[in-house]
Design a binder for this molecule. Structure first.
Ligand SMILES: [Mg+2]
Length: 169
C-alpha cells in the first residue's frame, strides 16, 4: 500500500483547496500515481480536512474535489483507490468535528491504521509520502515507513522511494 498525503503532494496546497476548477496538480503527480499503481500497490490518500470542521466547505464538496483528482489522473492511467479524511479541528464550528486531538487527525495515525485494516495490509508492506513532519510522525506511529517529499517532480521522487523500498526487500 502507498499512502499519500494530498495537499502539497498530489495537488498544490492553495489553502483549503476544494473547488475542482481550482485543482492544480503537482508536477509528475499523475505519472507518480500510475507508477505506484503499476507496482500492484493500493494507492490511498490520507488527508487532514479541518476545513470541513471549520465550515469552509462540506464533505460533498471534498468528494467532488477528489473525483476531480481521479479525473485528472485518468488520461495518464493512474487512479487513487481510496480516500480517507479527518475533518476534525480544535476550533471546529461543527460540534461533532470539534476535537483538539482526534486520533484520525495527523500526526495521529488513525486514518493510516484504518486503511491498513480495511485492506488487510501489514504496515511493513506500506509506505507513506507526505510533505510535512506531521505526515511522517503519523506514519511512524502506525509502523509505516514515511518519506518526506521536498517538492519538485513527484514522479521522480516516487521513483527514488521505490528504489529505496526495493533495497529493503
Ligand atoms: Mg500536505
Amino acid at each position: 500500500m502507498a499512502l499519500l498525503d494530498r495537499d502539497g503532494v498530489l495537488n498544490v496546497d492553495t489553502g483549503y483547496p476544494h473547488e475542482p476548477e481550482k485543482l492544480i496538480l503537482i508536477g509528475g503527480a499523475a505519472a507518480a500515481v500510475r507508477r505506484l499503481n503499476e507496482t500492484g500497490r493500493l494507492v490511498v490518500v490520507v488527508t487532514n480536512q479541518s476545513g470541513i470542521g471549520l465550515g469552509y466547505y462540506d464533505e460533498a464538496a471534498m468528494d467532488r474535489f477528489h473525483a476531480a483528482i481521479n479525473t485528472a489522473f485518468a488520461p495518464e492511467g493512474g487512479h487513487i483507490d481510496a480516500f480517507y479524511f479527518a475533518p476534525y479541528h480544535a476550533n471546529a464550528v461543527i460540534e461533532r468535528f470539534r476535537d483538539p486531538d482526534h486520533p484520525d487527525r495527523k500526526p495521529n495515525p488513525g486514518m493510516i491504521i484504518r486503511a491498513l485494516s480495511d485492506f488487510q495490509v501489514d504496515p511493513r508492506n506500506a509506505l507513506l509520502i507526505g510533505d510535512r513532519d506531521t505526515d511522517i510522525i503519523a506514519a511512524e506511529r502506525a509502523g509505516v515507513r514515511g518519506y518526506l517529499f521536498p517538492g519538485g517532480d513527484l514522479d521522480a521522487f516516487v521513483a527514488s522511494v521505490l528504489s529505496t523500498e526495493d533495497g529493503k526487500n
